[in-house]
Design a protein around this ligand. Structure first.
Ligand SMILES: [Zn+2]
Ligand SMILES: [Zn+2]
Length: 462
């Protein structure tokens, strides 16, 4: 299907690439950035990003483009190579074909400091150094070791950023004791421990669940958050929530079967962002608009993005007030027979959603802080210099309830740690109609009263 948006997207892409090849960086950037905003396909996005990184003058900006390419195409050879050069892991000399003529390039700048990363021997996850404990800690299985011991024990050292290493290093090494079934009813994918058997889908009750072979690149859960809310507490929370809806229909309570509430771990992606948001706007000063620009430092930890296929993200986003300090490293025993859903929102898609959330937070901080009380217009901000520092695949606890009301299936979720409820509540306009009726009655009474007064007044004057 071809739409006008598709056409203008392709036009922007070809115009942008032509401008880049002709050396018109300004024009190229204008069109290529436009492509990114027009919901391009992954291939079109990567193509636009490849040219954008090529014309970027700022190495930080360039790095951000390269990382974005690797999110969509983790094996992209150009992006990997350019990133390796940018980080000093590779020089252009090493890439030069034998026999190629010597070039006299510009003098080399200061050596970039490569970041060293260790790979966990247990699970292949990337290890982080914890300065308080003085040890390296695996982000995935929690295994710890002293850095000196890690070197002696021959732990593989990966240099570079996680985006280039993780999709290939950690993803392949989920030594699963568990298996995954897919439900034909609701499409959910459920992680079951070996020996555990599910005859029906825990999310929709459909008996059509079948074991599936997993893509070897699937990323294992890194951490799991224990349940703190019991079934009784969850039921009480839903009851209170049902009672709080003033516009809720009277027969709703009968439609909700509280006994059918069930628990499940739902998948989330959590991102840590670090970097700078640049912004500019026109701010009114006296009678003129003055261009104003500034930068905002960003350090956002655990920006959560729901990755479930069964529960709508909009619902989960209303109930994700988690305290993630209680996260525990994932181990399959921790599922202990409770269903856990395997993510179906890809890491790449989730990272875009997370980046949007960071941009939104930055905008709120800018308008609520720097621009508070001022007249401004044309506020624009750029998150190119904000990088993903870390991501985690989390399993978070929820109580789930679905109910049918007037032939519509609706869902209610209860945060399994905090008890916060979010749900779809049918509304009725009966109370509104009563109010409107009352208002009409009052107006009518006044009209009658005024009529009586004026007519009796008229009589008196006669
Ligand atoms: Zn590990
Ligand atoms: Zn199902």
């Amino acid at each position: 299907m071809s739409t006008s948006t598709d056409d203008s997207l392709r036009l922007c892409l070809t115009t942008g690439i032509a401008a880049a090849k002709a050396g018109d960086k300004h024009q190229a950037r204008l069109y290529l950035e436009r492509v990114l905003r027009l919901q391009p396909s992954p291939e079109e996005r990567v193509q636009a990003l490849l040219y954008l990184q090529e014309i970027a003058d700022d190495p930080v900006e360039r790095r951000a483009y390269l990382e974005q390419i690797l999110i969509f195409d983790p094996a992209n050879p150009t992006a990997r190579q350019e990133l390796a050069i940018l980080e000093g892991r590779l020089t252009r000399d090493q890439l030069r074909a034998p026999g190629a003529s010597e070039e006299t390039g510009p003098a080399p700048g200061p050596e970039p400091v490569p970041s060293r990363r260790f790979v966990c021997k247990n699970c292949g996850g990337i290890m982080r150094f914890d300065p308080w404990k003085g040890r390296l800690i695996c982000q995935y299985c929690g295994h710890t070791i002293l850095p000196s011991e890690a070197v002696q024990a021959g732990y593989v050292v990966v240099e570079g950023d996680f985006l280039t290493t993780l999709p290939t290093e950690a993803g392949h090494r989920w030594q699963r004791q568990s298996y995954v079934v897919q439900c034909a009813g609701c499409g959910s994918r459920i992680i079951l421990s070996e020996g555990q058997f599910s005859a029906s889908c825990p999310f929709c009750g459909s008996p059509q669940v079948a074991r599936i072979e997993l893509d070897p690149d699937v990323i294992p859960p890194h951490a799991i958050l224990p349940f703190r809310v019991s079934q009784e507490q969850a039921v009480a929370a839903v009851q209170e929530w049902l009672g709080s809806g003033w516009f809720a229909p009277a027969d709703l309570r009968r439609a909700v079967r509280l006994a059918s509430i069930r628990r499940a771990y739902l998948p989330f992606w959590a991102f840590d962002f670090i970097g700078t948001v640049k912004w500019n706007a026109l701010v009114q000063g006296g009678s003129e608009w003055r261009p104003t620009a500034d930068a905002l430092s960003i350090f956002e930890e655990n920006v959560l993005v729901p990755a479930s296929a069964t529960v709508p993200a909009t619902l989960l986003e209303q109930a994700m007030d988690f305290d993630l300090h209680e996260l525990e490293p994932f181990a399959e025993e921790k599922l202990a027979g409770w269903p856990a859903e395997l993510y179906q929102v890809s890491l790449a898609d989730a990272s875009i959603r997370a980046r949007e959330r960071v941009a939104h937070m930055a905008r709120r901080r800018i308008t609520g802080d720097f621009l508070a009380g001022k007249s401004y217009r044309a506020l624009s901000l750029s998150t190119h210099m904000v990088n993903i520092d870390r991501f985690q695949h989390l399993l978070l606890p929820f109580w789930l309830l679905s109910y049918r009301y007037r032939d519509q299936l609706r869902q209610v979720v209860v945060n399994g740690q905090t008890g916060k409820v979010a749900g779809e509540l049918p509304r009725t306009y009966a109370p509104l109609l009563i109010l409107a009726g009352l208002a009409l009655a009052v107006i009518a009474a006044f009209a009658v009263l005024i009529y009586l007064i004026t007519s009796s007044g008229g009589l008196g004057a006669l």
